[in-house]
Design a binder for this molecule. Structure first.
Ligand code: SAH
Length: 221
């Protein structure tokens, strides 16, 4: 029997099924990633008038003029990172904290950095409510990475730079993977995957994407 609209557990289960179905239909096949996407509810990461659209596969505005990425892009980037349970991951661009929360389900530890102090503070509150103690959120200019915690097994950048930032390449372990959008902010960008080899790097273009730009320096809020 199909639960009625006033049955909250039924409608939530249905919503989850629809959400996961959307991800699968867009090429997300990794069961661990799908499980993490199921475990972390996108609802609390979207505030105010946009909350009603939290389960739609679209980017949405968040505070400080930034955006929470589209769930299928979050899932694809996570899948492309091939995270193992012992991995330490750096995320540049905390934003709402949604991507970091997904990463935290899969990795041993996640460091996430944003240039907006307010976004970092709000994300930290969510991480503690969601019982995700393996995320460390910091305010800073993530284009310099996090030298004191480097090197990282995986790095993800959720804002677009013209080229992969040098400090991030050098903070990736040999055998490590970095996924990031590159290209000019107002034109088409490409999502790329960089693998650090014993000598040099291997670059692979995954798909066109559109992200907010990676901006230098700390924000004032
Ligand atoms: N991953 C986020 C979406 C990020 S939007 C989520 O899941 O919601 C991109 C974020 O990158 C914004 O919050 C922006 O403030 C941040 N950003 C841009 N340039 C940055 C920089 N140099 N260092 C750190 N964060 C930066």
């Amino acid at each position: 029997m199909t639960p009625g609209p006033d049955d909250p557990s039924g409608s939530e289960a249905e919503r989850k099924m629809r959400f996961l179905f959307q991800l699968r239909s867009k090429g997300v096949t990794d069961d661990r990633v799908l499980h993490a996407m199921e475990r972390i509810d996108r609802g609390p990461f979207v505030k105010g008038i946009f909350a009603a659209r939290a389960y739609d596969d679209m980017p949405l505005p968040i505070a400080c003029g930034q955006t929470i990425s589209q769930p299928s892009i979050v899932a694809m980037m996570t899948q492309a990172l091939e995270i193992g349970p012992r991995d330490t991951v750096l995320e540049v661009g905390t934003g709402s904290g949604y991507q970091a929360a997904i990463l935290a389900v899969l990795a041993r530890r996640v460091y996430t950095v944003d240039r907006h102090r307010r976004l970092v503070r709000e994300a930290e509150t969510l991480f503690s409510h969601l019982d995700l103690p393996n995320i460390v959120a910091l305010t800073g200019d993530g284009s310099f990475g996090l030298p004191e915690q480097a090197p990282f097994d995986r790095i993800i950048v959720t804002a677009a730079a013209e080229d992969p930032p040098g400090p991030l390449l050098s903070q990736l372990k040999p055998g490590g993977i970095m996924v990031l959008p590159v290209g000019q902010s107002d034109t088409v960008q490409s999502l790329i995957r960089v693998r650090r080899l014993e000598t040099g790097f291997d670059y692979e273009e995954l798909r066109p994407v559109r992200f907010v730009p990676l901006v230098e320096g700390l924000a004032t809020d």
